[in-house]
Design a binder for this molecule. Structure first.
Ligand code: GDP
Length: 366
């Protein structure tokens, strides 16, 4: 040990000793801990997914959600390989305004579905950044019983982005979950009008959760959403609220009568239930069972899935074209100039649009 000059007799009274030995900088526990495994190959992931391994499934979903181009290619390979093993599930969309009781109900419906065995994946589409940020913890605690059920896989919405992008990722996650043996898929969305079309294009049955006595009986739910629903379930039919819930049921039933017949031939049903007190859950589920029996019998089930697959093909093309156009820096500059011309009345909207497009097509040809 180094001798300290302060220990010389001239500095009597001042003694400096060596101090304690320095502990290693790296926590020995961390050094011993196994390092995170390198990224598995597509085949390894698929093998894990097909065995129902949650870690492989979660890693593949993370790849699907990733924005990195390198992950994108790997994710697409995994999806392609899982595709032949997908499709064998009931895909159910669940929507309702915030506070309608979606999470409480999903918890109750989920436990009900899992009583018969099988597995359930709960996914979400919520492009609003606000909720997505906290929802990993949020969704788990919102669904108390499901979150600890071994047959349930709960995945929050992919983080914020364009609605099309977020929805595409959820749709791809459905494929992965089905390949992993999840035969029930719930896709939750906040019923405020934007995400519903996207959800509708990936589910077999669309359930609209409503509540009675919240002012306007349509509760800001656009007519279009009601038209998409195969079933309306009025929640919180418990205690003093049973009467108002039944009244709302009658109102919805008569409102639905005014709608044109559905393409499937199915007449949407309106039921009341209580997610919190678990009343009427089985009845809602019987309605869903009836629907599946009906559309499987008349061929609409298959037809709708095919139509959805086609819709997603065009949706993907449109999304990529849009991105290719708007992400181009030259186009970005041209657009700013064109916009100024239009606002100053120097060019019509159409001429301005045409001049930007001409440049784009010209660049693209070169
Ligand atoms: P979400 O925002 O649609 O997911 O709604 P939540 O499931 O978080 O529920 C919103 C509030 O309504 C919570 O305070 C729940 O306890 C309550 N709630 C949900 N379902 C019921 C129900 O069936 N009956 C009653 N009385 N309250 C309920």
């Amino acid at each position: 040990m180094m001798e300290h000059p302060e220990n010389d007799s001239q500095y009597i009274g001042l003694t400096v000793n060596g101090g304690v030995p320095q502990p290693p900088i790296v926590n020995p526990y961390l050094a011993k801990r196994p390092r995170r495994k390198p990224m598995p190959t597509a085949s390894e992931l698929v093998e894990g997914i097909l065995k129902g391994d949650i870690t492989s499934l979660s890693r593949a979903v993370t790849l699907v959600e990733s924005l990195s181009p390198e992950h994108y290619a790997l994710a697409q390979e995994v999806i392609e390989k899982c595709l032949p093993h997908s499709g064998n599930s009931r895909r159910i969309g669940i929507t309702g305004v915030p506070g309608a009781g979606k999470s409480t109900s999903i918890d109750a419906f989920g436990i009900h579905v899992l009583k018969d065995g099988g597995k359930l994946a709960v996914l979400a589409i919520d492009p609003s950044s606000e909720r997505t940020k906290g929802s990993i913890l949020g969704d788990k605690t919102r669904m108390e019983k499901l979150s600890v059920h071994p047959g349930a896989f709960i995945r929050p919405s992919p983080s914020a982005g364009s609605l099309g992008g977020v929805a595409r990722k959820t749709r791809e996650t459905i494929v992965l979950c089905e390949a992993a043996g999840y035969n029930n898929i719930f896709v939750e969305t906040v019923g405020v009008g934007q995400s519903e079309t996207a959800v509708h294009s990936m589910v077999d049955f669309f359930l609209l959760i409503q509540i009675a006595g919240a002012g306007d009986e349509l509760q800001g739910i656009k007519r279009g959403i009601m038209e998409m629903a195969e079933g309306i379930a009025i929640n919180k039919a418990d205690g003093d609220n049973v009467g108002p819930a039944q009244l709302a049921q009658a109102q919805y039933r008569s409102a639905l009568h005014l709608f044109p017949p559905t393409a499937s031939g199915w007449r949407p049903e309106v039921l009341t239930y209580s997610g919190y007190y678990e009343l009427g859950i089985a009845e809602v589920w019987e309605m869903i069972d009836r629907y599946f029996a009906f559309v499987k019998e008349n061929g609409y089930f298959e037809a709708k899935r095919q139509q959805q697959a086609r819709w997603w093909m065009y949706e993907t093309i449109e999304e990529q074209l849009r991105r290719h156009f708007y992400d181009n820096p030259t186009i970005d500059t041209l657009l700013k100039g064109a916009e100024a011309d239009v606002l100053a009345n120097r060019k019509s909207s159409f001429t301005a649009a045409q001049s930007v497009l001409n440049q784009y097509f010209k660049d693209f040809k070169d």
